[in-house]
Ligand binder design. Structure first.
Ligand code: SF4
Length: 186
């Protein structure tokens, strides 16, 4: 056991850390660790992708790989802070559980299938167009114009930024959808 641990905490505080918030409270293992922020090749300023708060992040890169993500003190929005999700976003990049493929489970299917992105996008577009055409309403029973579909609804997520939400609202309103909502309001 190292000398750091064998010295009683109170004495360690007296040795220059009276509040016990720094070295006095540090384990010998922690003292040996080197932060990934210190060994990075470069730091890139970015914005947390999780929610519309848009907290500033510093992305630490080593050998062209993201090795750590920290709060950015220069951000006027978050001033260096990140919530637990934002603090864990390094795993968002590097987790071995991250899904890189499109997975599809067809109606009544019991297994996931893999699709290429182009096929998946075409399937979504085809279904959207077919549903819109099938459920389109020109007018109500008194002949008053409706020009809408109740067969399509949109639910935006809080990871969408202002510009994406603007485009979603604009595109789906133009397509005749009236049920347009965002997760942040629910
Ligand atoms: S998820 Fe957390 S860290 Fe990321 S932008 Fe939202 S509040 Fe900020």
């Amino acid at each position: 056991m190292s000398s750091r641990i064998s010295v009683p905490p109170f004495l360690r505080q007296l040795r220059g850390d009276p509040l016990g918030l720094g070295r006095a409270a540090q384990s010998s293992r922690s003292a040996r660790l080197e932060p990934r922020t210190r060994t990075a090749d470069r730091v890139v300023q970015s914005v947390c992708p999780y929610c519309a708060v848009g907290c500033g992040q510093k992305v630490y890169v080593k050998d062209e790989k993201v090795v750590q993500i920290e709060g950015d003190p220069d951000s006027p929005i978050s001033r260096g802070r990140l919530c637990p999700k934002g603090s864990a976003s390094e795993a968002y990049v590097n987790s071995p559980m991250r899904e890189h493929r499109v997975r599809y489970r067809r109606p009544h299917g019991t297994e996931w299938e893999e699709l290429d992105l182009e096929t998946a996008m075409d399937m979504i577009a085809d279904r959207f167009l077919e549903t819109r055409a099938r459920t389109w309403e020109d007018a109500d029973e008194d002949g008053r114009p409706l020009n809408r579909t109740l067969g399509v609804a949109v639910l935006g997520g809080a990871t969408l930024d202002t510009e994406e939400n603007y485009l979603l609202k604009k595109i789906f309103t133009a397509a005749g959808a009236v049920s347009i909502e965002n997760q942040a309001r629910i």
